[in-house]
Design a protein around this ligand. Structure first.
Ligand code: FAD
Length: 559
């Protein structure tokens, strides 16, 4: 896999890559039909780099000269190109503004630490000079997590803002094969980290959809979830210990298998999104590189049937390493992404469709199931799990569907840029609920969003929403929604935040969480009190006040 360090400043991913529409001849006409897009020409392409004017940098000279005296020249940047690349994350709002060349605020200085000591030095200096520090991993968050938001006015004016890009701290420092742990620097991007572990026969096994461009520190700071979380857990479940540099000192937790020494500081720090300090390295649980990677596709007659099947796999403890159950709407999107079959294959497909329609699969739902691990265990689990799936009327689509999904999985995020070129608002929202509430949350969300599409003021009265279950637990599962509708001209942000409010209120009102893995940033912070209670929020603020009394760490986020 080729590794790119920076993404498009205006969009997702590799600057050389776009969504591969050419091998999906049915997709675009299907999208236009669903969203009632009249104008099929691109009408909203990003401005060129030359058209982007950044606000003037607000440099704290004393801080800059102190930093310059210790760090190398290739660790400190104030150029507009660097500032632009660190001005936004990848939320729809971020991309909307970046594509128009509107940069409301950009960090003033970009610093690339090489070591834990560098971070301690930078933080001490930032604290002394009242300079804000925003830790920057891959910049892939979609909640406004790395956007400069400081509003503090001092006698000298606004405070200088540093984006602390961690990507040069990317080493696997050591592997303890006996304990199956590895010490890893926080700035390692997914592919860099996995390739260093893989060379020695190990793997972390954390594969978020943003894997290619996100870092270990970012995953920990946002409590990220990867595709194989059913097997290996969320990132917090893989964490053994860490180091975090705060403005008032460094927190170090111990590398032990378990402990009862007071509240669990690891758990307090994961999800802190840079508001308490900078995670510089972590000891992570690792496992042997899997011998087998077996992905298969199935069809279920309904979302409910698929949910029943997942639940029984979990109850009986035959749990695949990945289960992704798409509802009927997301399955339609997936069907329209396929290249049409030809000749004999097309004939067979027609017969299968006929059979499925006659046997109750009017609204088929795709499930992709993955089994990873050593050969023997994987064989046993897959046999037993597939028996359960079939008991709940799973129709096998074979391994080719699993392979296609696995090949395409990192291409899908490029579709958002493609759609934004046609002035479409497209966003995602994810949550988690216990099994007893899950289907209610699912149905209520679809119902509310469809109602809103019908009232939409963009001249279409329509939109798309689909959902899949992406991570499962003994007590419940994560629901991941994708939705799109035509932009409402001149009211694009009002429209975006309107949908975000509707969907988030619906999650919380029906007993689900504000976010299962995308975190809080500033876009979700208005709901934090409802999520954690007023006293819970007070406790978080109190810890922040002690560790970061001047509020220099990523101000304006989470709380
Ligand atoms: P950044 O975006 O750079 O930062 C995120 C937050 O963490 C910021 O608040 C930042 O200040 C803080 N931070 C970063 N590094 C550190 C550090 N070393 N110390 C302290 N704080 C730090 N998320 C998932 O969990 N699963 C998915 O499958 C997934 N898929 C995605 C797909 C796409 C297309 C996109 C755009 C996003 C996706 N995300 C997903 C969201 C995002 O990738 C995750 O939140 C990811 O963990 C962010 O990592 P990052 O390195 O890019 O962090």
């Amino acid at each position: 896999m080729e590794i790119h360090f920076m993404m498009k400043w205006w969009g997702w991913g590799d600057p050389q890559k776009t969504f591969p529409m050419e091998d999906k001849p049915n997709l675009w006409s299907w999208v236009c039909n669903i969203l009632a897009l009249q104008d099929k020409n691109k009408i909203s392409e990003p401005v060129s780099r030359e058209q982007v004017i950044l606000p003037e940098a607000n440099i704290n000279q004393e801080f800059l000269s102190e930093i310059t005296s210790k760090l190398e020249a290739n660790q400190i940047y104030t150029s507009d190109d660097e500032r632009l690349e660190h001005a936004y994350g990848k939320s729809y709002a971020d991309l909307f503004y970046a594509r128009k060349g509107i940069i409301k605020k950009a960090p003033d200085i970009i610093i690339y630490p090489h070591t834990h000591d560098d971070v301690e030095f930078i933080m001490k200096s930032a604290q002394a000079h009242n300079v804000c520090v925003i830790p920057f991993g891959g910049g892939t968050n979609i909640v406004g997590g790395v956007d400069p938001r400081d509003q503090t006015m001092t006698a000298k004016g606004m405070r200088c803002i540093v984006s602390l890009d961690m990507k040069q701290m990317d080493k696997v420092i050591s592997i303890d094969t006996q304990s199956q742990t590895a010490i890893i620097q926080a700035g390692a991007l997914g592919p860099i980290l996995e390739s260093q572990l893989c060379e020695k026969g190990w793997s972390l096994g954390h594969y978020p959809d943003s894997f290619e461009f996100s870092t270990l520190g970012g995953w920990l700071a946002t409590r990220s979830a990867g595709m194989q979380s059913d097997a290996y857990g969320k990132i917090e479940d893989m964490l053994v210990s860490l180091k975090m540099v705060t403005p008032t000192g460094t927190v170090i937790t111990r590398t032990t298998p378990a402990s009862s020494a007071g509240p669990d500081l690891n758990r307090f720090i994961v999800g802190s999104e840079g508001i308490l300090g900078v995670i510089t390295e972590a000891t992570m649980r690792i496992h042997k590189s899997p011998e087998v990677k077996d992905y298969r596709g199935f069809l279920f007659p309904s979302f409910e049937k698929g949910v029943e099947a997942i639940k029984e796999c979990i109850d009986k403890n035959w749990i695949p390493s990945m289960i992704r159950l798409q509802d009927e709407f997301e399955s339609q999107l997936a069907f329209n992404m396929k290249s049409p079959k030809k000749g004999f294959e097309a004939l067979i497909q027609k017969q299968v469709k006929k059979f499925l329609l006659a046997t109750g699969y009017q609204k088929p739902c795709i499930m992709i199931v993955g089994f990873e691990g050593d050969l023997k265990n994987t064989q046993v689990i897959s046999q037993e799990a597939v028996k359960i799936l079939k008991k709940h009327r799973a129709f096998s689509l074979g391994k080719s569907v699993g392979k296609t999904w696995s090949k395409d999985k990192f291409n899908i995020p490029y579709l958002r840029d493609y759609m934004m070129d046609y002035a479409v608002m497209v966003d995602v929202a994810e949550t988690a609920a216990v099994w007893s509430k899950l289907l209610n949350v699912y149905h209520k969300t679809i119902e509310e969003m469809k109602k809103r599409f019908a009232e939409e003021d963009n001249g279409t009265g329509t939109g798309y929403i689909g959902c899949h279950i992406s991570h499962t637990y003994h007590t419940g599962a994560c629901l991941y929604f994708t939705y799109a509708t035509k932009q409402n001209p001149n009211k694009e942000m009002e429209q975006y935040y309107g949908y975000k409010k509707l969907i988030t209120d619906t999650f919380l009102k029906n007993g689900a969480t504000l976010t299962h893995h995308h975190a809080v940033g500033y876009e979700h912070s208005p709901w934090m009190e409802t999520e954690v209670s007023a006293t819970g929020l007070k406790a978080l603020k109190a810890v922040k006040d002690v560790l970061d009394p001047k509020n220099i760490c990523n101000p304006g986020k989470v709380l």
